[in-house]
Design a protein around this ligand. Structure first.
Ligand code: S5P
Length: 250
């Protein structure tokens, strides 16, 4: 089993959570404040560093410290999608130097195995999630694409830790789960207890539904960080997701 998954499982069991926050704020202060509120409820924090307006190495230092203190992993949602050589540079160089700090990254499999090789050569400590599905309405992902993505991942069991799934096409996510069993995790965004969509194509399902359809980790953004009381809301999501999931974790 992938070593990052082992780490994640340990955190999930200790903290009784399969909730990941997606913190899509553009100011570092807002991100760090949110972590203080929801850190105890999450096993993973998902970032989009390229939307941050005041990014600095000091921010990463503080975020890493909080991740050690509160015990969660950091997933940089960069969605790499280029040739192996380019992604290896995007992963390790530039302003963000993602390979220095991200426990988990993700990439599009449409490029072929070269993208996995390019990322793997940079850093053997991070783990990779491949996008096997996506949540927006009208996307071009198919069942066949999902299956081919899984075949590709199976060649890299030490590096690939799982797949992005979507509860919006539950039959595909369920089939994905049956193909990967407990060898990989399914990470599912598009989760909300209240909203059904965002008028820009996003689709939502509840934590319970996502887990019933095979999800291991639910990823929640606006449903938590835009709520009046993110600490309370995160606990609500954590409880629903964990109660649906706890008996499945082996
Ligand atoms: O298919 C996807 C894949 C991802 S990683 N659909 C998604 O929504 N995401 C990400 O999950 C997206 O980039 C965003 O950061 C988060 C969902 O945010 P929310 O506010 O809609 O919960």
């Amino acid at each position: 089993m992938n070593k990052v998954i082992k780490k994640l499982k340990k955190i999930m069991i200790n903290k009784q959570t399969n909730l990941s926050i997606s913190v899509d704020f553009t100011k570092t202060r807002d991100i760090l404040d949110l972590v203080d509120k929801v850190g105890d409820s999450i096993c993973m924090l998902k970032t989009h560093v390229d939307i941050i307006e005041d990014f600095s190495d000091d921010f990463i230092k503080k975020l890493k410290e909080k991740s050690y203190e509160k015990k969660f992993l950091i997933f940089e949602d960069r969605k790499f999608a280029d040739i192996g050589n380019t992604v290896s540079l995007q992963f390790s160089k530039g302003i963000y130097k993602i390979s220095n700090w991200a426990d988990i990254i993700n990439a599009h499999s449409i490029i072929g195995e070269g993208i996995i090789d390019g990322l793997k050569k940079v850093n053997k400590n991070s783990a990779l999630i491949l996008l096997a599905q996506m949540t927006p309405e009208g996307n071009l992902f198919t069942k066949d694409y999902m299956k081919k993505t899984i075949e590709m991942a199976k060649k890299y069991p030490d590096f690939v830790c799982g797949f992005i799934g979507s509860s919006d096409k539950p039959d595909i996510q369920k089939e994905m789960k049956s193909l990967i069993k407990d060898k990989f995790f399914i990470f599912t965004p598009g989760i909300s207890l209240e909203s059904k969509g965002d008028h820009l194509g996003q689709t939502y399902n509840t934590p319970k539904k996502a887990v019933e359809n095979g999800s291991d980790i639910i990823i929640v953004g606006r449903g938590i960080y835009n709520s009046k009381d993110p600490r309370k809301e995160a606990e609500k999501y954590r409880l629903e997701a964990w109660n649906s999931y706890k008996n499945k974790l082996i």
